[in-house]
Design a protein around this ligand. Structure first.
Ligand SMILES: [Zn+2]
Ligand SMILES: [Zn+2]
Length: 283
């Protein structure tokens, strides 16, 4: 039984249901996280309310700014409070003193400092509130990715997401030519960046770039890109076709052993967001 709590939607996509069930079996320790992700993906599937919040990109953006930089987003305040309240309940956190719209704004901006300040003020556990915030932002960001796909720049040379400014969680090597496509775990956007260039620090000298490859034979589709200049790492996966947006975070969880391998060797994911968005969200 995946849903002990009333009031949370279940996802309808059958393939997604199967992947979620497998993730619950394989990663029982991630039960709470998976429950929140499942809620976020179901909410994202539902869509309608979030589509209305998709903003017009700010005209004064610089060339390197993601589409959502400086955007002004208006949301249905009651719906956002209900949505964040459901997630807080699912995370077994008391949400009475959490400002849901402010949490959503801080999460969209990846501003952990603001989320932590909210947690301290409300007496909520900061790590739990960070995850609730990240998941709360998924339906809005995925609606933005659907609604603004046509406005994305044709070429994008930055390592961070051209829509929401997050670092990629996955590099896909797609098709016969193994083109490198970076994927955002928040909004699902994909963008091509040539091989042999670190997404985090733009290092291009091949002697500073490398791979970790699993010894396990069945894992041949996977590797980890590492950079000796910034010590960043990015998980890679050979794919036939691009993963659906919902599959990216599930894949990230299923390849957590690669994170362990990278961390053990001193590599890490950057703590700071790729681009600080400065989004304002009003109810
Ligand atoms: Zn994104
Ligand atoms: Zn680097």
């Amino acid at each position: 039984m995946l849903w002990p709590h009333a009031g949370l939607r279940r996802v309808r996509n059958v393939e997604l249901q199967q992947h979620l069930a497998a993730a619950h079996r394989e990663s029982p320790e991630s039960e709470t996280w998976l429950g929140l992700l499942e809620a976020a993906l179901a909410e994202s599937e539902e869509g309608a309310g979030w589509e209305a919040a998709v903003p017009t990109p700010a005209p004064e953006r610089s060339a390197k700014a993601p589409l959502l930089a400086h955007a002004r987003i208006t949301v249905d305040g009651r719906a956002v409070r209900r949505w964040v309240g459901r997630l807080l309940k699912r995370a077994r956190q008391d949400g009475n003193r959490i400002d849901a719209v402010a949490l959503l704004e801080a999460a969209v901006c990846q501003d952990d400092g603001r989320v932590e300040a909210q947690a301290a003020a409300a007496g909520t556990a900061a790590p739990a509130l960070r995850v609730v915030g990240q998941m709360a932002a998924v339906p809005l960001l995925q609606a933005c990715a659907r609604g603004l796909a046509g406005s994305l720049p044709a070429t994008w040379w930055e390592g961070y997401c051209p829509l929401c400014g997050a670092w990629p969680v996955l590099a896909e090597y797609a098709g016969l030519e193994r083109k490198r496509q970076l994927r955002c775990g928040r909004c699902g956007t994909g963008w091509a960046l040539p091989w042999l260039r670190c997404v985090f620090c733009d290092e291009t000298h091949h002697e500073h770039l490398g791979y970790l490859t699993p010894e396990d034979g069945v894992q041949q589709m996977r590797k980890v890109e590492v950079c000796k200049t910034c010590n960043g790492y990015l998980k890679g996966l050979t794919t036939v076709r691009p993963l659906a947006p919902w599959a990216i975070l599930l894949d990230d969880l299923s390849a957590v052993h690669l994170d362990v391998a990278a961390l053990e060797r001193g590599y890490r994911r950057p703590e700071r967001p790729g681009y600080a968005l400065d989004v304002r969200i009003a109810a």
